[in-house]
Structure formats: structure tokens, C-alpha cells
Ligand binder design. Structure first.
Ligand SMILES: *Cc1c(COP(=O)(O)O)cnc(C)c1O
Length: 401
């Protein structure tokens, strides 16, 4: 008989098999136990038919990876600790000294910080292209260009690019494309099959997704994914993923697995409420422009319609307003502070509506001609009743009237 302390660690009880429940179990590990030295020597960390170490996955993370592939239409998936880590993994895996990466001028801000604050020191240069001008992208591709980042729609200014033209240019010039797919989330359009009846399918090479947003849906988990359809490309990313030690916690994986079944319903609810509010906001005099791809006057509306209405369906729960330039910064801050249901905070995709004022002149290299002058305020629409959210914006506008 072993000492009880030992038995607590090496217990002989094994629960009956055959347990089934709607949600998969949570398997947590750093250590994975091998049945023999031979198994330990022969098992490959890259081989997903078995397990080697917690950092390389457990049944819980394997399941989330497969479900995310189904959501986005890819074949292989890597999980990372945040959406930003997903963007970083793609660039770090595919770029080396002497290479250049192209980013849209409306790119998610921290991706700019990454290329300007890290990649540049490693001899990797970058250029910004006008997301609404495919010719500008084409003109900037050189023999050094090894990666083009895409975003649809832009997460602050919400212009929707001509994704098909941008992609055709990159394919023709044989440059890899990576889409930040957080806005579309695998629901607004299918990034690997943008033109479903074209063969081979026209699509991006890689998607990076901030699971922090809609897949989580709670505003309480940070995670990211990198999805591909090409096994060789996946392996390049996977090797860097392993070398950088980018693991995720299985309790967080479980939270995302819990969010996925309701994701399409939530996305639609956010979408409907957002469109109703954006339409109403468009009639308010203080807002000189309302940015949401479903509004006919919003930049890229026709591209959004072509891809997300005629072919697929939907839009994320974000819209931005441009407050008339006659308002001072103190006034626009007072408007944001006066909101009660809309909380001041970053991120989106959760149940609570949020608001953020942006200093657009500081985050864009130039003020695009399609944007009115003023102060941009972005709303992310949660799951509260639309009439309450509308009443909240209406009462906050009182400080400007
Ligand atoms: C939030 C977000 C990210 C980063 O996700 P985190 O998990 O917050 O790091 C990346 N891209 C877009 C478009 C986002 O909105």
C-alpha cells in the first residue's frame, strides 16, 4: 500500500467511460504522459494524431482549432494568446531581413505599432497603401514585398475595400495575403472562397482572427487564431509558433468553445441593432458623416454589398460617426462622457455597448478624401435593447445642443 499522499497523485480510480454532454471536456496540461520511452522518442510534436506537451495542444484546443477551421473555411489552425499575437505570428513567421510588408492605411492600430516598433529594427520594412485604391497597392508591390495585410472593413473608419481586386493583384504578383478577419468573423463573408464558383477559389492565404471579439462574445477572454488552407504555409507558421512558445490556457479555450454555438445568432443581433442605430444617427445634425458599410453613402458600400449581401450576408456591430468640426475637443469628450449605457472602453463583440473617440489625424498617414472633417467617435453595439441605446445617444447629444 502506498502512502495516501502518493495515492492522491497516482490514484487508481478511473471514472466510467461514455460520458457525453453538449460541451466538450476541458483537458489542461503542461506535462503529457507517454506510455513508454519508445513512444516518447517516436512521437512528433507536429503530429496532431497524438499529444506531446501542453504547449502543442490538448484535446480541448484541437477541438477549438477544428471548429474555427469550419467557421472560416480553412484547413489548419493555430491558437495564440490574443488577436494581436495572431497578427504578430503571421508577420514574424513569413518575413525576414530585407523583406517588405504592405499594410492598408486604415489597418488595426497595434499592427502599425508592430511593424514600426519591432519589425523595422529587424530590417523588415513596410509601406502603407490606400485600401480604397487597388492601383495604389499594385504600384507599391516590389520584388521585396513578401506579405500584404488586408482588412475588411477597417475597424475604425469602416470603409470596405474592393477585396476581390486587391486579392487578384496579389495573386498575380505572387505575394502572400493575410486578412485580419475579426470584423467578418467567418460570418459576413468566406475569406478562402470569396468567389464561390471560381476554380481555383479566389481567397486569402491566411486569416488572423481576434477570437476576443465575437467567438468569445463575453468581453472576458483574450485569444487569437491563424488559419490557412495550405499545409506547407501552415507548417511555416507552426514552426514559428512553437519556437515563440505561444500557448493558450485551456479554460480560455473552453470559454471560446462555449461561445461558438451562439455566435451566428449574436452576430446577427449585433448587426441588426447596429444598422438601425447607424440609420438613425445619419439623421442627426451633429454627425456630419456616419460610417457603416450598409449605408449607401459610406465608403465602399458597393463592395460590401457585392460580397456581404449578394454572395454572403452580414456586417459586424460597429459604426462610427464624424462629429462636426465646429465642436471642440472638450465638447466631443463631454458627449462621450455623457453616454450612460455606452461605456468607455476598447474592444467589441461582447454584450455591453462601448464607445471610443479617435484622433484620426494621428493614426492615418493622410486624411482620406472620402472622410468629412471632424472628430471620429466609434460605437460598438452590444446586445441591449436598441431603443435604449438610441435614447442614450439622443440624451448625450443634449450636451452639444
Ligand atoms: C481587437 C482586434 C485585434 C486584436 O485582438 P486582441 O485580442 O485585443 O489582441 C486585431 N484586429 C482587430 C481588427 C481587432 O478589432
Amino acid at each position: 500500500m502506498a502512502h495516501p499522499v502518493t495515492d492522491l497523485i497516482h490514484h487508481s480510480y478511473i471514472p466510467p467511460t461514455g460520458f457525453e454532454a453538449p460541451q466538450p471536456g476541458v483537458f489542461k496540461a503542461s506535462t503529457v504522459i507517454f506510455p513508454s520511452v519508445a513512444a516518447m522518442r517516436s512521437r512528433e510534436w507536429k503530429d496532431k494524431s497524438a499529444y506531446t506537451y501542453g504547449l502543442h495542444g490538448t484535446p480541448t484546443s484541437y477541438q477549438l482549432e477544428e471548429r474555427l477551421c469550419t467557421l472560416e473555411g480553412g484547413q489548419q489552425c493555430l491558437l495564440v494568446p490574443s488577436g494581436l499575437a495572431a497578427l504578430a505570428l503571421v508577420s514574424l513567421s513569413l518575413l525576414k531581413a530585407g523583406d517588405e510588408v504592405l499594410l492598408p492605411d486604415n489597418v488595426y492600430g497595434p499592427n502599425k505599432s508592430l511593424v514600426e516598433g519591432e519589425l523595422m529594427h529587424w530590417g523588415i520594412s513596410h509601406q502603407y497603401y490606400d485600401p480604397m485604391d487597388p492601383q495604389d497597392l499594385e504600384a507599391q508591390i516590389s520584388s521585396r514585398t513578401k506579405l500584404v495585410w488586408l482588412e475588411a472593413a477597417g475597424s475604425v473608419t469602416l470603409e470596405f475595400p474592393d477585396l476581390l481586386s486587391l486579392l487578384r493583384i496579389c495573386k498575380q504578383r505572387k505575394v502572400l495575403t493575410a486578412l485580419d478577419n475579426t470584423w467578418g468573423a467567418g460570418l459576413a463573408f468566406k475569406p478562402f472562397d470569396l468567389v464561390p464558383d471560381e476554380s481555383p477559389a479566389l481567397g486569402v492565404d491566411i486569416t488572423a482572427h481576434a477570437l476576443t471579439k465575437y467567438p468569445s462574445g463575453g468581453g472576458d477572454v483574450l485569444m487569437g487564431s491563424v488559419i490557412t488552407r495550405d499545409a506547407g504555409l501552415h507548417m511555416r507558421l507552426k514552426l514559428t509558433h512553437m519556437r515563440l512558445g505561444l500557448g493558450v490556457g485551456m479554460n480560455d479555450v473552453e470559454a471560446i468553445l462555449r461561445g461558438l454555438p451562439s455566435m451566428a445568432l449574436r452576430y446577427r443581433a449585433h448587426d441588426e441593432a447596429t444598422r438601425a442605430l447607424a440609420l438613425w444617427a445619419d439623421s442627426q445634425a451633429e454627425f456630419v458623416q456616419v460610417l457603416h458599410p450598409a449605408l449607401p453613402g459610406s465608403p465602399g458600400h458597393a463592395h460590401w454589398k457585392e460580397l456581404c449581401v449578394h454572395t454572403f450576408g452580414g456586417a459586424a456591430g460597429l459604426f462610427s460617426v464624424m462629429l462636426d468640426e465646429r465642436f471642440t475637443r472638450d465638447q466631443t469628450d463631454a458627449f462621450c462622457d455623457a453616454l450612460k449605457l455606452f461605456k468607455l472602453g476598447y474592444s467589441w463583440g461582447g454584450p455591453m455597448s462601448l464607445v471610443v473617440p479617435y484622433e484620426l489625424a494621428q493614426i492615418r498617414s493622410n486624411w482620406p478624401s472620402y472622410l468629412e472633417k471632424g472628430t471620429l467617435v466609434r460605437f460598438s453595439i452590444g446586445l441591449e435593447a436598441v431603443q435604449d441605446l438610441q435614447a442614450d445617444i439622443h440624451q448625450a447629444l443634449g450636451v452639444l445642443r
